[in-house]
Structures are given as structure tokens and as C-alpha cells.
Design a binder for this molecule. Structure first.
Ligand code: DAH
Length: 352
């Protein structure tokens, strides 16, 4: 085939591209449109494809002169097609996704659900039991006077148990401390409302502790107090038995161990049979078969007297327990700090 003809045909193909088809590709509204143009040039019977196939038959000189022009055209067609295809698929993707976001019949994404903190859950469960036993919820201040934190509770100045409490004293405020236990609520309530009374008081307490897996400088206690006529140690035993069985299960076995607290006489610490080994001895109960649950006792007459309550007429029992301790035992939490770090991976396991 004469090179002249081939060159003329190439010029026509170029004119076709530049004279309209390039614009058609660049403004194509669909992938089909691009494909139509591409096929018309480069498909099996495409005008440019035919020319390229015939290029081999041209004399060498012409081949060298005309070949690059044909290749250049091929490249620009392919490039324009590719570019527009990219643009289109992007917008088409978004168009295709639009109905998904606009479909009002699709269910919404559920918002992540929160849950109660394990300590809150523990306090609420204990509170539920005590409320059902006729105890009322009472609260006291976190900043407490030495009078309520110690003196009313029969802990005079220089009494060694003040040292045991590792108290935070408030600088510059004579006589104020961060309460070391929830027991000061006893005195506040006794003064506020005359007996008979039954109260419990959950809340934060503070001690100068070095923080480790089982100690925290801030933790929680729940205090219980019952004062009425004719109340004795048997009432304490019966109440705590019902309470601990409700909390830990009906088969729970209790052990009352003689102890000492300045504000109760007699005093007892209450253990429950280990709920892991059932008394056989294991790691949780340190091979003793029992786990310490709370401190308790018959209210010391001095406490009643300090609050203006006649100990000849009224008597009562009191008990106090650590919330973290109970929560750790129930859920097998090994480190008290897990309750304060607010790591959602930890807290999420308690979401009810
Ligand atoms: N307040 C005591 C403490 O922090 C716990 C306690 C023991 C409270 C005996 C009481 C009780 O009411 O009767 O260790």
C-alpha cells in the first residue's frame, strides 16, 4: 500500500479524534460512551487499529516516519479514555452509594450502649437488699469533722486506732479530715433523727495508702446501722445472714469471728465460706476456706451517748463493708485499679 494513502487516512483519523471524539470522551456521561469511541478507533475493526496493522507493510523509511504519529494518537486516545473512566467511576460509585444513605427504611446504627460501673452495680445490688430489709439510704459528707469520724465513734484523740486509719488531714482547716470510713454517718443520722432507725450509707472513703493491686487511697464502703429497743447481737446475726445469703446465694455459710472496733462491743468480723472451693481451701481464700466480708458489732453505748441517745433504752447493731472487695470477689477481679482506670475494654465486660 502506498505510504501516501496510509498517511492521508491517518490524517483523517487524527482529524476525527481532534475534531470531536476527544471532546466526546472528555465529556462522556457514561462508561459506554467512552467505550464506543475507544472501539471505533482501537477495537478490532477500529480505524486506528487497522492503520497500525497495515503499518508493517509500509517501506521502512515511512514506517519510521509515520509509525510514531500513529502510536502517539493511540496513546492519547487511551489516556483520555482512562482519565475519564476514572472520573466517572468515582462519581458513579458515589451515586451508587447514595441510595444506601438515603434509604429511610434501613434500620439506624445502634448507638454504643453504656452500662453501669461495676462498683455502682455492686452498691445498687447491696442497696436493693438493704432497702428490702427496711433500711433507708443515708449519705454523709466526704470532708468530715474529726468529731464524727473519730470522737463520736468512741475513738478519742491519741487512740491508737487513729493511726491505723491513715487519715488525710485537711491542711489549714483545724479538725477536718477526708473521712476514713462511712461510719461517721452513724453519728450524723443518730443526731438527725431519733431512734428507732435503720439506715445504710454507701460512699467514698479515703486513706493514706500506697496504691497496689489490693489497696487504693480512695475506695468505697457501705455502712449499716440499726437502733431500736431491745436490739442485740442475735438481730445482727439474723440480719447479716439474710443479707449475705441474698447477696451471695442461699447456700452461703457464715462465720462470726470475734474482733475489735472502738465503736462496737462486742465486735465481730463476718466471713463467708469460700464460694470457689466451698471451704476446702484454695487460692482465693488463701487456704482458709473462708473469706472476710465485713466488720460488725453491737453499737457501743458511748456512741449512742455522744449522739444524745439513751443507751439504757436504745441499743443497736452496725456493720461496714468494702465495696471494691466484694466486687473483686464476685467477678474475680485481681487488681483494684481496674475499677478506676476506666478502660472501656474492662468496663465493657460489666455492661449489663
Ligand atoms: N468502719 C470500719 C472500717 O472502716 C468498718 C466497720 C466495722 C463498720 C464494724 C462498722 C462496724 O459499722 O460495726 O474498717
Amino acid at each position: 500500500m502506498p505510504a501516501k494513502d496510509w498517511e492521508t487516512r491517518l490524517a483523517a483519523v487524527i482529524a476525527g479524534w481532534e475534531g470531536g471524539e476527544r471532546a466526546a470522551v472528555e465529556k462522556a456521561a457514561s462508561l459506554d460512551e467512552i467505550e464506543r469511541v475507544r472501539v471505533s478507533f482501537l477495537g478490532r475493526k477500529g480505524t486506528l487499529a487497522l492503520l497500525l496493522r497495515e503499518l508493517g507493510e509500509l517501506p521502512l523509511d515511512d514506517k519510521r516516519r509515520l509509525g510514531p504519529r500513529a502510536q502517539e494518537l493511540k496513546r492519547s486516545i487511551e489516556e483520555a479514555a482512562k482519565l475519564r473512566m476514572g472520573e466517572l467511576t468515582e462519581t458513579l460509585d458515589q451515586e451508587a452509594l447514595k441510595p444506601l444513605f438515603n434509604d429511610p427504611t434501613l434500620p439506624g446504627y445502634p448507638p454504643p450502649r453504656g452500662g453501669l460501673h461495676p462498683l455502682t452495680q455492686t452498691i445498687e445490688e447491696i442497696a436493693g437488699i438493704l432497702l428490702s430489709l427496711g433500711f433507708e439510704w443515708a449519705e454523709g459528707p466526704l470532708i468530715e469533722t474529726e468529731r464524727y469520724n473519730f470522737e463520736v465513734l468512741n475513738i478519742p484523740e491519741h487512740h491508737p486506732s487513729r493511726d491505723l486509719m491513715d487519715t488525710f488531714y485537711l491542711e489549714g482547716s483545724e479538725g477536718l479530715v477526708l473521712r476514713t470510713h462511712t461510719s461517721p454517718v452513724q453519728g450524723r443520722e443518730l443526731e438527725k433523727r431519733p431512734p428507732p432507725l435503720r439506715i445504710f450509707s454507701p460512699g467514698r472513703v479515703f486513706r493514706r495508702e500506697n496504691v497496689d493491686a489490693t489497696h487504693s487511697a480512695v475506695f468505697h464502703q457501705i455502712e449499716g446501722l440499726c437502733v431500736d429497743e431491745g436490739i442485740g447481737f442475735s438481730d445482727l446475726k439474723g440480719t447479716l445472714e439474710v443479707f449475705l445469703k441474698a447477696l451471695l446465694g442461699p447456700e452461703t455459710k457464715l462465720r462470726f469471728r470475734p474482733s475489735y472496733f472502738p465503736f462496737t462491743e462486742p465486735s465481730a468480723e463476718v466471713d463467708v465460706e469460700c464460694f470457689v472451693c466451698r471451704g476446702a481451701g484454695c487460692g482465693l481464700c488463701k487456704r482458709t476456706g473462708y473469706i472476710e466480708m465485713l466488720g460488725s458489732g453491737v453499737v457501743h453505748p458511748n456512741v449512742l451517748k455522744s449522739c444524745g441517745v439513751d443507751p439504757e433504752r436504745w441499743s443497736g447493731f452496725a456493720f461496714g463493708m468494702g465495696v471494691e472487695r466484694i466486687a473483686m470477689l464476685r467477678w474475680g477481679v485481681q487488681d483494684i485499679r481496674a475499677f478506676y482506670e476506666n478502660d472501656l475494654r474492662v468496663l465493657g465486660q460489666f455492661a449489663g
